[in-house]
Design a protein around this ligand. Structure first.
Ligand code: COA
Length: 389
C-alpha cells in the first residue's frame, strides 16, 4: 500500500523585514546576508499569531468535508510550543472543528518534530488504511535582536495530510536516522529565545547528513543518480547547499546540474520566509513542487535535522498529476500580500510580548488578515478566534 503526502498547506504571517535593510541597520555588508547566509526576507509574526494560529491557518487551506471526516490523528510538531503540558494540537483540533474521536498530541525534537510525526503517521495509516493523519509543523524562530542568530529567524507553518494512496507524494519505506546527545542549539524552559552554537551546529548538520545519506544508500541500494532533487531542512538556505556539495561528486555532470538547479528552486520560499524550524524542510519541498513541473515517478530525497540532535534521510515518489492538488495560487497570494516592516518597526513587533506574570490581556486582531488569531490571555488561558466561524 502506498502511504504519503496527500495534501500540503502553508501559512506565513503578514509581515516581513528586508535583509538588505537589516544588514544596513546591523552594520554588515548586505551580501553577507543575501549570499553568505542566503536570505532575502524574514517573516515576522505579530502578537496575534503564535504557533497554534499559524498551524491552524495553514491547515485551513487543505481541509475539506472528506478530510474532516477521516482525520482521526493530529500530530503537532513544534519547538516553540506555548504550553509545557497541553498540546498545541488540541487548540488546533478545536479551532478547525475536527472530529472528537481523533487522537491529538504534540511532538518535540527541535526541527525534527514534524518528520517524527510523518513517520508515525505512516504506521497509523498502515494499520488503519481508511484514516487520514493531520501533521502540523509550526514555529516562530527567535534568537533575539542583535544576536548572530537574528538573521536566521522566521515564522510560519506547514500542514500535511498523510494518507493511503496519496495524491502528491508516496513515501518510500526505507529511511536512515541517527540520534546523538549534543548541545548545538536548545531553549531552556525559562527562555523565549534559543541558545545556539552556530558553528558547531553547522558542523553537526553536515556530519549528520553525511552519515544518514551513507546509511540510506546502503539500506536502499540507491545512488545519487536516482534522485530528481534533494530537499533540506533550511535554518538558512546556504547550509543546505553546503550539504549538497559534499555529495555532488558522486554523480555525473548532468546529475550534478539537475540537483543544483532543483536545490535552488527548493530554497526560493525559504529565502523569503527565514527559518521556520520544524516546518522548514517541508517548506523546501513545497517550494520545489509549486515552482517546477517535475515528472510523476521522480524520487525526491528529504534531509531532516533537529538540533540536540536527531537527523533522518528519507524519500518519496511524486504521484501522477500531483500539481493539481497543490495550492500554488494561494501561496503566491500569501507572499504578494505581505507588508514590509522597517527595521525599527520589526524591533517593536519583536519585543511586543504577552504578559508572563499571570495577568490577563486582550490583543486587537483588527489589523491581522489571518482567519485564525490569538485574541489574548484570560485567567492563564490563551484565547483564540476563527473569524470564519
Ligand atoms: N559577501 C558574501 N558572503 C559573506 C560576506 C560578504 N560580504 N561576509 C560574510 N560572508 C559569508 C561568510 O564567509 C560565511 O560563509 P561560509 O559559512 O560559507 O563560510 C557566511 O557569510 C556567514 O558568515 P559568518 O561569519 O559565519 O556569520 P555569523 O558568525 O554571523 O554566523 C550563523 C552565521 C548562521 C552561524 C548564525 O547566524 C547562527 O548561528 N544562526 C543559527 C543557525 C541555527 O539555527 N542552527 C540550528 C538549527 S540547524
Amino acid at each position: 500500500m502506498k502511504i504519503g503526502i496527500d495534501k500540503i498547506g502553508f501559512y506565513i504571517p503578514q509581515y516581513y523585514v528586508d535583509m538588505n535593510k537589516l544588514a544596513e541597520a546591523r552594520g554588515v555588508e548586505p551580501e553577507k546576508l543575501t549570499i553568505g547566509i542566503g536570505q532575502e526576507k524574514m517573516a515576522i509574526a505579530p502578537i496575534t499569531q503564535d504557533p497554534v494560529t499559524l498551524a491552524a491557518n495553514a491547515a485551513l487551506q487543505i481541509l475539506d468535508d472528506e478530510s474532516l471526516e477521516k482525520i482521526d490523528f493530529v500530530m503537532f510538531g513544534t519547538e516553540s510550543g506555548i504550553d509545557q503540558s497541553k498540546s498545541a494540537g488540541v487548540y488546533v483540533h478545536q479551532l478547525l472543528g475536527l472530529r472528537p474521536d481523533a487522537r491529538t498530541i504534540e511532538m518535540k525534537q527541535a526541527c525534527y518534530g514534524a518528520t517524527a510525526a510523518i513517520q508515525l503517521a505512516k504506521g497509523h495509516i498502515a494499520l488503519n488504511p481508511e484514516s487520514k493523519v493531520l501533521v502540523l509543523a509550526s514555529d516562530i524562530a527567535r534568537y533575539g535582536l542583535h544576536t548572530a542568530g537574528e538573521v536566521t529567524q522566521g515564522a510560519g507553518a506547514v500542514a500535511l495530510i498523510i494518507s493511503a494512496n496519496p495524491r502528491i507524494m508516496a513515501l518510500d519505506d526505507i529511511s536512515a536516522y541517527l540520534t546523538k546527545d549534543i548541545m548545538d542549539f536548545w531553549r531552556p524552559t525559562y527562555s523565549d529565545v534559543a541558545f545556539v552554537d552556530g558553528k558547531f551546529s553547522n558542523e553537526q548538520y553536515l556530519a549528520f547528513f553525511g552519515q544518514v545519506w551513507k546509511e540510506y544508500k546502503e539500506k536502499s541500494g540507491l545512488s545519487i543518480a536516482d534522485f530528481e532533487a534533494i530537499c533540506y531542512h533550511l535554518p538558512y538556505t546556504k547550509i543546505g547547499l553546503k550539504a549538497l556539495r559534499t555529495i555532488l561528486e558522486e554523480g555525473s555532470t548532468d546529475v550534478q546540474e539537475k540537483l543544483k538547479d532543483n536545490y535552488h528552486i527548493s530554497t526560493l520560499y525559504g529565502r523569503k520566509v527565514g527559518n521556520i524550524y520544524t516546518a522548514s524542510l517541508y517548506l523546501s519541498l513545497l517550494s520545489l513542487l509549486d515552482q517546477k513541473e517535475l515528472e510523476a515517478g521522480a524520487r525526491i530525497g528529504l534531509f531532516s535535522y533537529g538540533s540536540g540532535a536527531v537527523g533522518e534521510f528519507f524519500s518519496g515518489i511524486l504521484q501522477s498529476n500531483y500539481r493539481d492538488f497543490l495550492k500554488i495560487d494561494h501561496h503566491t497570494n500569501l507572499f504578494n500580500n505581505r507588508t514590509e516592516l522597517s527595521v525599527s518597526k520589526y524591533e517593536m513587533v519583536f519585543e511586543e510580548s504577552l504578559p508572563t506574570d499571570g495577568s490577563s490581556v486582550d490583543v486587537d486582531t483588527t489589523n491581522d488578515p489571518a482567519p485564525i488569531c490569538l485574541t489574548g490571555i484570560n485567567e492563564h488561558m490563551r484565547q483564540y478566534t476563527n473569524k470564519n466561524k
